[in-house]
Design a protein around this ligand. Structure first.
Ligand SMILES: Cc1cc2nc3c(=O)[nH]c(=O)nc-3n(C[C@H](O)[C@H](O)[C@H](O)COP(=O)(O)O)c2cc1C
Length: 335
C-alpha cells in the first residue's frame, strides 16, 4: 500500500501512514468501498456508525457493518448511542467478536432521530455523557478510542474545544473535527478555523473534515489548519482516486471501469443479500462526467441481475474507450 517509512501520526500506539482518510458514511463506507479507498491511499478505515442500541438488541444488520478485511487494518468501529454503559458493553462484545484496532465515538451525526435522542451530535449538549462514554468505553476495551465531532450544537455553543479536552482527559487518543454545527446543514460551507484552533490546543492528533472536494483542498486544509490528516466524505463517492491525490479528470476511463467492476463483484461476494441497489449510487457518480444518454443510464440503474449489469457496463464502458481485457492498473483483489 505504498507506506512511507515514517508514520504520519499514531493513534495510541497504532501507526498511521498517510494524510487522507475516507470519512465514515452510513450507506457508503462499506467494506468494499473502504477497501478500494485503502488501496488508493486512504490511511485507515472507520466503519459506518454502529448503533449500539440496535447492536444490544442483536439486530443482524449492525453486525454486518462490522465486516472488514484483515488487510484493511487499522480498522475503527464507530459507536453511536446516547447511553455510555450500553456503548461500553457493546464495545467489549465487538472487541471480543470482531477485534477492531480502534473504537471511534460518533459525536457528529445530525439526523433528527439520532441527535434528538441525544446520540451523535446530541452528545455535544451533554458533557456528562461525553465524559462517561469515553471513560467507560476506554475502560472496557484494550484498543485506543477516538472521537469524531462537530464544532458544536449551534452558533451559540461552539464547545468543541471543551469537549475535546474532556474526551481526551477520559481517554480519547485522536479528535476528528467536522467544521459545522448540528444546525449548519451541508448548504453552508464548512469552517476550517476551528480545526486550526483545536490543533493548537490539544496534544493528540487532529483530523480535519468538511468540504474537501479536490486534492488541492486537502493540501490547503493541511496547510491552513496544521491538522495531521484530512477526512474526505461526500467527494469520495464520485472520486475515490482523491486518496491518491488525484482529481477526477486525471483518471482514465479504463481505471474507472476496472474499479467499478471490482466494486460490484466484491459487494455481491461479501453481501449478496443486499443486491445491486447499494452499488447504483456509485455507478451513477462514476459515469456522470461522461454525459451518457439518459436511457442508457436508466438501463444500468434499474438492472437487478448481476451478470446482466456486468454486460451492460461492458457495453457502456467499451463505447467510452475502455477495454475488458486490459491488464489491471490497480489490482484490488490483493492486499
Ligand atoms: C451519506 C452520509 C452518511 C454519513 N454517515 C456518517 C457516519 O456513519 N458516521 C459519521 O461519523 N459521519 C457520517 N457522515 C458525516 C461524514 O463523515 C463527514 O463528516 C461529512 O460528510 C463532512 O465531510 P465532507 O464535506 O467531506 O462530506 C455522513 C455523511 C454523509 C453525507
Amino acid at each position: 500500500m505504498g507506506q512511507n517509512p515514517q508514520p504520519t501520526f499514531h493513534i495510541g500506539s497504532i501507526p498511521v501512514y498517510g494524510q487522507l482518510i475516507l470519512a465514515p458514511m452510513d450507506g457508503l463506507s462499506d467494506a468494499t468501498f473502504r477497501w478500494i479507498t485503502r488501496k488508493l491511499g486512504s490511511a485507515y478505515s472507520v466503519s459506518e456508525f454502529i448503533n449500539t442500541l440496535d447492536y444490544a438488541n442483536q439486530k443482524s444488520y449492525e453486525k454486518k457493518r462490522l465486516l472488514f478485511r484483515d488487510v484493511e487494518r487499522p480498522f475503527a468501529a464507530q459507536l453511536l448511542d446516547n447511553d455510555a454503559v450500553r456503548m461500553a458493553e457493546a464495545a467489549a462484545r465487538i472487541e471480543e467478536e470482531f477485534h477492531p484496532d480502534i473504537f471511534d465515538i460518533n459525536m457528529g451525526c445530525s439526523a433528527r432521530s439520532v441527535a434528538g435522542r441525544g446520540a451523535g451530535v446530541g452528545m455535544m449538549r451533554q458533557p456528562g455523557l461525553v465524559r462517561d462514554a469515553f471513560r467507560l468505553v476506554t475502560q472496557s476495551v484494550s484498543v485506543p478510542v477516538t472521537a469524531k465531532m462537530r464544532i458544536g450544537w449551534d452558533e451559540t455553543t461552539h464547545n468543541f474545544l471543551e469537549l475535546s479536552e474532556l474526551a481526551i482527559e477520559n481517554g480519547a487518543r485522536l479528535i476528528a473535527l467536522h467544521g459545522r454545527t448540528q444546525k449548519n446543514s451541508f448548504n453552508k460551507p464548512a469552517r476550517w478555523e476551528p480545526i486550526a484552533e483545536l490543533k493548537k490546543r490539544v496534544n493528540v492528533p487532529v483530523i480535519g473534515n468538511g468540504d474537501v472536494i479536490r486534492a488541492a483542498d486537502a493540501h490547503r486544509m493541511l496547510e491552513e489548519t496544521g491538522c495531521d490528516a484530512v477526512m474526505v466524505g461526500r467527494a469520495a463517492k464520485a472520486n475515490p482516486w482523491i486518496f491518491s491525490w488525484r482529481d477526477r479528470q486525471e483518471v482514465s476511463i479504463q481505471e474507472v471501469y476496472q474499479l467499478a467492476r471490482f466494486q460490484i463483484n466484491d459487494m455481491m461476494q461479501l453481501q449478496p443479500e443486499r443486491g445491486l441497489m447499494p452499488f447504483r449510487k456509485y455507478l451513477k457518480a462514476y459515469l456522470d462526467p461522461y454525459g451518457i444518454p439518459r436511457e442508457q443510464m436508466k438501463k444500468l440503474l434499474v438492472c437487478s441481475d448481476h451478470q446482466e449489469l456486468l454486460s451492460l457496463m461492458d457495453e457502456v464502458f467499451t463505447a467510452l474507450g475502455a477495454s475488458k481485457d486490459a491488464p489491471e492498473i490497480i489490482d484490488f483483489s490483493t492486499g
